[in-house]
Structures are given as structure tokens and as C-alpha cells.
Design a binder for this molecule. Structure first.
Ligand SMILES: [Zn+2]
Length: 453
């Protein structure tokens, strides 16, 4: 059971955090240039007695805010980056950009970072009032989307000295961030020779042909990789728009995913061979560059069980008004599950049933520090994450309730860890068991600096 005092602390500050979350939704800043969002959070925490270190790990928008003198160190992994091309009018169930082509918070990171701050501030206030030991570090982590900000922070040892890390992510249901795929993003750049495609095609060497043949090769490869491997791609450069010129340059970005990082490494090497083969066929050359990489998520059993209990207790405290249910129904109709029975999912998914989904750089931290993340319901059932409907719902009372639920769940987890030395020992032992002797190493090469891509 959560201390009533902690619950009251969270309830009494809700509006302050809702205002921060709304502002960051308005800022909607792209990866690595989240200047206004990061500064807003850093200032907010400074004003509440946290000691802030800016430009953490040499990244302009990474920072940490620390509180407390003694006791175990609890880290919170905050985010604030938005997604390109997703500008959308709030609360509007029809696609209506505020500014065409601008960014929008399609993954709810405005709630994510703010909810982590809400838990960190509540915990600090609680520890101050009760005089209990405990130290808190809020990490402002840039560029979760495609930038793997936390992998770069891990490379710079930003998480050293932290005992446990807590995170959450907005979602269409409550649960745990129990599984995520390791992921490497690689650019393949082909260089050929331009020539007039009708007058002297024999002189040309097509970089675009190379990309297409590479895709054919990768599609044959699909049969011969583990079942859970995902390989998807997008063209970054098609070499031009004139069909009568042999395209001398072209580039394709691959996302290579698998349950484990070593499987991604293996698939990456095979895809590189396919690219080399495509270059050989076309008489072009190819260069590959890993631009970001995400590790899989490691979840120690004792931390999973604790977090599951805490998210269940927190989710059970939420109720919705008739207006909120009507609001959600509008978005259910626009989502991927228009026949959903429950417009707002109130239950909690059993972590044993968690499906493999996307990737997150929380995974990288999870190999260095025992880490757990929770999901809470912030969007209508079937809302497509990274879509405009998620952006539209980002300022709703449902989204904000989800943020407060996450703050309560994370505070519960933190308090349980701070209160119980035996539990901390169990989590540490389970962390070692989960690692099974494997050592974390990012696939990002040392030459790659944050934001270069
Ligand atoms: Zn996200």
C-alpha cells in the first residue's frame, strides 16, 4: 500500500505538471534540438531544489537534476522529443495540421518526461518531509526517436553510480515495458557514375539500381533469419528525379531488429554482404554507417513483479467521466481498432503476455542499471502511436490522468526499493541472472557522434 502522504503530494501538484506537459506539446521539438523543452524542465527542477548539470555527456539538450545526500540512488529517464511531420490540432479527430510539415508529439514524450519529473519531485518532497534516506536523479534524455540519445549517454557513462532506473511510456493500455527489440539503424550509400540514359547508358553505373537489388537480396534473406527478426527500409536519396540520367548516388536507411543485440549484429553483417553484392552487380561502390542502435530490454524478475503490482494498484485508482468516454470514442473510430469494446482500456496487461513491439533506448540503460518502465493508458483504444491521432489526444484529460497514474506507479516502485534492503538485493541478483554473463556494448561506432545523422 502506498503511503497516503505520497498520494496527497502527487494530487496537490497535478496542475503544475499538466502545464509543463502542455508547453512541451506546444514546443514539439525535433531530436537533439529540444532546447526549449529541456530548459523548461531543468529550470522547473532547479526551482524545486534540484541541482542541475546541463549539457550532460557533451549533448546540448541532455541534463541531469539531482536531489538528496544519502541512500540508494533512483534515476528517472525523462524524454521530450517530438516526431517530424506530425503537427496536429489538439482534440481534433480529423487530420488537421497546425503547421504543415512541423513536428508533433505522436509518441507522447511531452507526457513521458513530465511524468518522470512528477514522480521525482513527489519523491523528493516525501523524503524531505519524512527525513528518510534516498537520492534522486532525473535524466533529461534527448532524441529517443531514431537518435538513441540514451545509448550515447550510456557511452559517456552518464548513468554510472545510479542504483535503479525507472521509466514509463504513454500507451493505449496499462502494463510494463517488458520486452523490446534490439535495433540498429544503418545507412547504405551507393556511388555510381552519371551518364545520359539513352545516349550512352553503357557509361553509367546506377546507384539507384544498387539500392533496388539490395532490397531484392534482403527480401530473399528474410527466409533465413530468426523468426523475430525485422528488416525495414526507407530511401533517403533516390539520386534525382530525371529518368534520362543514370543516378550516380542513392542511399537507403535500414532498421534491423531482433530480440537480442548479438542477433542484430549477425543480421547487420549479412545485410552488409548483400549491399556489397548489389554494388558488385551494378559496378558501384557502397559505404555503410550505423547511425543509431538500441539494445533489447532486460527486466530483472523481482523488479518486474514489483512494478506489475504498483502499476495495477495505480491503474485501479483511475476512473473516467462520461465526457472522457465520449471523447475517446471519437478517436477509437479513427484508430486501428474501431470495434474496440472499451474506448479507454482500464485493465493491466500481464507482463508474461507482453508482445515484442518496437525498440527503445531505455533498453541500453537496462543493461547497465536495473531498470523498469511502466505503460499507462493515455490514449483511446487502438490509437496508432506515431500517428496524428496520438498528437491530437496529447493534451486531453485522459492523457494527463495517464501521466499522473505513471507518476504514482513510479513513486510506489521507488518507495518500495528505498524501504527494503532485501528487495534491493533480490533485484540486483535477478539483474545478474538476466544478464547471464553478457556484457553490454552498443553497436554505435565510436566515430558516430550524437546528432550526426
Ligand atoms: Zn516513444
Amino acid at each position: 500500500m502506498m503511503d497516503e502522504r505520497m498520494k496527497n503530494i502527487i494530487a496537490s501538484h497535478e496542475k503544475e505538471f499538466e502545464a509543463v506537459s502542455d508547453k512541451i506539446w506546444d514546443f514539439a521539438e525535433y531530436r537533439f534540438v529540444e532546447f526549449k523543452s529541456a530548459e523548461l524542465q531543468a529550470k522547473f527542477l532547479e526551482e524545486r531544489g534540484f541541482t542541475v548539470t546541463r549539457r550532460l555527456g557533451g549533448m546540448e539538450t541532455a541534463f541531469k537534476a539531482e536531489w538528496g545526500e544519502t541512500g540508494p540512488v533512483i534515476g528517472f529517464l525523462g524524454e521530450f522529443d517530438a516526431l517530424p511531420g506530425l503537427s496536429q490540432k489538439a482534440d481534433c479527430a480529423e487530420e488537421t495540421p497546425v503547421e504543415k510539415g512541423a513536428c508533433g508529439h505522436g509518441c507522447g514524450h511531452h507526457l513521458l518526461g513530465t511524468g518522470c519529473m512528477e514522480a521525482a519531485c513527489a519523491l523528493a518532497e516525501y523524503l524531505r518531509e519524512t527525513g528518510r534516506p534516498g537520492r534522486i536523479v532525473y535524466f533529461g534524455c534527448p532524441a529517443e526517436e531514431s537518435g538513441a540519445g540514451k545509448a550515447f549517454m550510456a557511452r559517456e557513462h552518464c548513468f554510472d553510480g545510479v542504483d535503479f532506473c525507472l521509466a514509463w511510456h504513454p500507451n493505449t493500455y496499462n502494463g510494463l515495458m517488458a520486452r523490446s527489440l534490439a535495433n540498429a539503424r544503418v545507412i547504405f550509400k551507393f556511388t555510381g557514375k552519371a551518364a545520359h540514359a539513352a545516349a550512352m547508358p553503357e557509361k553509367g553505373r546506377s546507384a539507384l539500381d544498387s539500392c533496388e537489388i539490395m532490397s531484392v537480396g534482403v527480401n530473399y534473406l528474410r527466409e533465413h533469419v530468426p523468426t523475430d527478426v525485422r528488416m525495414h527500409y526507407a530511401y533517403l536519396d533516390v539520386g534525382g528525379t530525371a529518368p534520362n540520367v543514370v543516378q550516380p548516388h542513392a542511399a537507403v536507411l535500414y532498421a534491423l531488429r531482433a530480440p537480442e543485440s548479438d542477433q542484430v549484429q549477425e543480421v547487420y553483417e549479412r545485410v552488409c554482404d548483400v549491399a556489397k553484392g548489389a554494388a558488385l552487380i551494378c559496378g558501384t561502390s557502397v559505404e555503410e554507417q550505423v547511425v543509431s542502435a538500441y539494445a533489447s530490454t532486460l527486466l530483472p524478475a523481482a523488479l518486474r513483479d514489483l512494478a506489475y503490482a504498483c502499476v495495477k494498484e495505480s491503474a485501479a485508482e483511475v476512473s473516467y467521466t462520461r465526457e472522457e468516454i465520449e471523447y475517446a470514442k471519437k478517436f477509437v473510430a479513427a484508430g486501428s481498432q474501431p470495434d474496440a469494446k472499451e474506448p479507454i482500456v482500464t485493465g493491466v496487461e500481464d507482463p508474461a503476455a507482453a508482445k515484442m513491439g518496437g525498440s527503445t533506448d531505455v533498453g541500453d540503460v537496462s543493461w547497465l542499471v536495473p531498470t523498469v518502465g511502466v505503460y499507462t493508458t493515455t490514449y483511446a483504444a487502438g490509437t496508432v502511436m506515431h500517428g496524428w491521432t496520438a498528437v491530437a489526444q496529447g493534451r486531453s484529460s485522459i492523457a494527463k490522468k495517464g501521466m499522473h497514474t505513471a507518476a504514482r506507479a513510479m513513486s510506489r516502485i521507488a518507495l518500495a526499493l528505498l524501504d527494503d534492503e532485501k528487495l534491493r538485493q533480490r533485484v540486483r541478483a535477478d539483474f545478474e541472472t538476466a544478464k547471464a554473463g553478457r556484457v553490454y556494448k552498443t553497436l554505435i561506432p565510436d566515430s558516430m557522434k550524437p546528432g550526426m545523422f
